[in-house]
Ligand binder design. Structure first.
Ligand code: ATP
Ligand code: MG
Length: 369
């Protein structure tokens, strides 16, 4: 089959335009995407602004989604995604994705969706209780459509996306076993560092998330970044400098795991050889939170400053960015249309291109006359 011959390496990933992107996105997915893009190992890369998905829990606030498209696009470009190498697209502009979702819905049970742990916790977080929008409940199916529409082989995302990838793989297997080999089975690509898989919020909550208001944004000013870091949640039991502190689960140390390198130590904290030494000192007692936070601030300012500056440059020509998104969406739609026609052929809903079917039925009726 067409798909079997090509064996291309294809990336699909994306973000919901519910706010600007934060440093959790950066370490969980964005940084890796840029590396993969620049590795030259991938044949195609699709980066999606998931506005249709954002509307599943923001149906009454379309203006929020609309305003944040440009914010996410600016964050992408600022981090180094290059529209010459990566196709940047807007989900709602690809109607084929809705069609695919509609057919995939027949392959998933309600109880299977109810078991999805990420959706479960998101439902709780949003206080939906019994009034869960059907669109929100079924968004893992629409994510399967996004991934399969581009025959993605690789999906670089944070840990919260694991259940979505599982769901997608199940749909792929089910589809292929019922209708014949058509869809590509994707693999998840998680960050290799635990802190990056799910960066906690500055409030110490398990996940930094736009919806929880506990973020350091890529676009935050140097001052705001510093304020946020200095106000960060640490170990509540570490009251005096001489007290032993807890490193495990301490957001400040998790951020250091996610961001700091050997060079950062040499530059800003040469009295420690590496993070392990700093952690040991904290655990022993005698190391104050302020000192650790100041180091973290130096590290994060170094990482964020060039991103912030590039963002400002790109923001000087907003119409050009919409043009990039328009072109990317058109290119993506052409790809999705090919997949949709493969799917419809496999599902036998391609009546008008099936001359054999029409002839066979014509013959049958001719014989009866
Ligand atoms: P929302 O609150 O609207 O769901 P979000 O902050 O969870 O927003 P998404 O757009 O849902 O962001 O996630 C986009 C990508 O970023 C996904 O791949 C997700 O795994 C990753 N991601 C989001 N938050 C984090 C985090 N705190 N740590 C690591 N990766 C993250
Ligand atoms: Mg999310």
């Amino acid at each position: 089959m067409e798909k079997m011959e090509k064996k291309e390496k294809i990336i699909l990933t994306g973000d919901r335009p519910t706010g600007q992107l934060h440093v959790g996105h950066y370490v969980g997915s964005l940084r890796r995407r840029v590396e993969l893009q620049n590795s030259g190992e991938y044949d195609k890369i699709f980066i999606m602004i998931a506005d249709a998905q954002a509307l599943t829990d923001n149906a009454d606030n379309p203006e929020k989604v609309r305003q944040n498209i440009i914010e996410v696009a600016l964050d992408y470009l600022a981090c180094g995604l290059d529209p010459e190498k990566s196709t940047l697209l807007i989900q709602s502009q690809i109607p084929e994705l809705c069609e695919l979702s509609f057919y995939y819905m027949n392959l998933v049970t309600v109880s299977r969706l109810q078991r999805n742990p990420t959706v479960k916790s998101e439902i709780q977080m949003r206080n939906f209780e019994t009034s869960i929008p059907v669109g929100f409940f079924t968004y893992p199916i629409s994510q399967a459509a996004d991934i399969t529409a581009f025959h993605a082989t690789t999906v670089p995302v944070g840990e919260d996306q694991m259940p979505m990838l599982e769901q997608t793989k199940e749909i792929v297997h089910k589809f292929n076993s019922v209708y014949g080999e058509t869809l590509t089975d994707p693999s998840i690509l998680l960050p290799d560092n635990k802190a990056c898989m799910r960066l906690p919020g500055i409030d110490g909550k398990a996940k930094m998330s736009k919806s929880l208001n506990n973020c350091i944004y890529l676009a935050d000013s140097a001052d705001d970044v510093k304020k946020k870091i200095m106000s960060m949640f640490t170990d509540p039991g570490h009251l005096r400098v001489q007290d032993p502190g807890k490193v495990e689960g301490n957001p400040v140390f998790m951020y250091l795991e996610a961001f700091s390198t050997q060079e950062h130590f040499e530059r800003y904290l040469p009295e420690y050889a590496n993070l392990q030494e700093l952690e040991d000192h904290y655990a022993r007692g005698g190391l104050g939170d302020v000192k650790v936070k100041k180091f973290l601030n130096n590290v994060m300012q170094e990482v964020l400053e060039p991103i912030r500056n590039r963002r400002k440059e790109f923001a000087k020509d907003i119409p050009a960015i919409y043009e990039i998104l328009k072109k990317g969406s058109e290119k993506a739609e052409a790809e999705a249309a090919i997949t949709l026609s493969q799917v419809k052929r496999a599902m036998k809903i391609n009546y008008f291109e099936d001359a054999a079917l029409i002839q066979e039925q014509a013959k049958k009726y001719a014989a009866e006359q």
